[in-house]
Design a protein around this ligand. Structure first.
Ligand SMILES: C[S@@+](CC[C@H](N)C(=O)[O-])C[C@H]1O[C@@H](n2cnc3c(N)ncnc32)[C@H](O)[C@@H]1O
Length: 357
């Protein structure tokens, strides 16, 4: 449906160049940074993030690492041939595609929807205007996601892995799934595409993202999914009959008070025995990696990553009514958790809980 947007060699070359730079930053620069830290910390091992920050403050590799992280992402969206700049030139074509009719059961939007204040106050992950304010933001975000985690190559494999994890961990027949913060539908698609017996609902704040998600589902002629514009902490969906409530990379985009609301809502939605499973980023044990992770939060406009990392997420689940909570590392590609993997990676983590009964 977006076939009116012609291929553009300069744009593709520019984006590939940025992706290659990101890979070099991940695979080559990060191990150098780690070595520099190990040398600097030889005599007194820092115990806290603050200690690491003080030790590395004037280190040129650290500064360069941060510069690449900030500016490769900025260039991806806003540079000469950045995504928002490039696709702005094809606004009409994108809007024409988005305006094509999708079956009514696929999409529920609310034109007067009020976005939460935390959401509109920051251009999340340096996407100009966030992923919600521009009509074509969903399309741009879908394109941008192809290089969010450079070593994943195709983000799709991550979504399939996460879906498989959730389905394996449920000990019941799964008939109903709710995907909170579904974005442009990447995390929802493996459920509805590979499991026609499951009814799936994607919940999301951003109308432009939901329109892309619904269009993709229409292209696949999906009958078992619907997308709804709502806050994940107050979905307006029926409670008590969902087998899996899930989210992928959503919790770190909201403040702890909102996360607590989401956990209460997940508990309300689930049937007794149902599974709550969130994939997000947590890093606790290694002060060096916590420093890098917190730095990413600042450099990539992800202000709620640090508070999520500081939260007692197990206690928050218990407050929301869950008894049984597990925190489990997530292997986003084969070998990613191996000590042999010296590249930088997001600290992917699954937070898994069951509703008793
Ligand atoms: C990093 S994106 C991930 C999207 C999708 N799950 C994926 O993995 O591609 C996080 C999404 O959460 C959405 N979001 C943030 N706060 C939300 C809330 N309170 N309710 C619903 N969605 C929310 C954002 O609009 C964004 O699309």
């Amino acid at each position: 449906m977006f076939e009116d947007i012609p291929a553009n060699r300069e744009f593709d070359a520019y984006q590939s160049f940025l992706l290659d730079c990101k890979l070099a930053w991940t695979r080559q620069l990060f191990p150098v940074l780690r070595d520099r830290f190990d040398v600097a910390a030889r005599d007194a091992r820092p115990k806290t993030v603050r200690d690491v920050a003080a030790l590395m403050e004037d280190d040129t590799t650290a500064q360069m690492f941060g510069w690449f992280e900030r500016h490769l992402q900025r260039m991806k969206y806003s540079g000469l041939r950045g995504l928002t700049v490039h696709y702005d030139g094809y606004r009409e074509e994108i809007l024409r595609a988005l305006d094509s009719a999708v079956p009514e059961h696929l999409l529920e939007l609310h034109p007067d929807f009020q976005q939460p204040e935390y959401y509109t106050s920051v251009d999340i992950h340096q996407h100009p205007g966030g992923v919600w304010s521009d009509e074509i933001a969903g399309f741009v975000y879908e394109r941008g996601a192809q290089s969010t985690a450079p070593m994943l190559k195709k983000s799709q494999s991550l979504f399939h892995r996460m879906t498989a994890e959730a389905l394996t961990r449920t000990d019941r027949e799964v008939k109903k799934v709710v995907d909170l913060g579904c974005g442009w539908g990447g995390s929802t698609q493996p459920y509805y595409e590979d499991h026609p017996e499951i009814d799936v609902t994607g919940v999301e704040l951003s109308a432009p993202c939901l329109r892309v998600a619904a269009l993709r589902a229409a292209e696949l002629q999906a009958q078992n999914v619907r997308y709804k514009q709502a806050d994940a902490s107050d979905t307006g969906l029926d409670g008590g009959d969902t087998d899996i409530v899930t989210s992928t990379m959503m919790l770190h985009e909201m403040p702890p008070s909102h996360i607590k609301g989401v956990l209460r809502e997940a508990h309300r939605l689930l049937a007794p025995g149902g599974l709550s499973i969130h994939l997000d980023f947590l890093m606790h044990n290694d002060p060096f990696k916590v420093w890098v992770h917190h730095g990413h939060s600042a450099r990539n406009n992800e202000p709620f990553m640090v508070p999520l990392n500081g939260m007692d997420i197990v206690a928050a689940h218990k407050e929301a009514g869950f008894d049984d909570v597990e925190i489990v590392p997530f292997e986003e590609f084969d070998g990613s958790l191996s000590p042999d993997n010296t590249a930088w990676r997001f600290p992917w983590t699954m937070i898994i809980a069951r509703k008793s009964g």
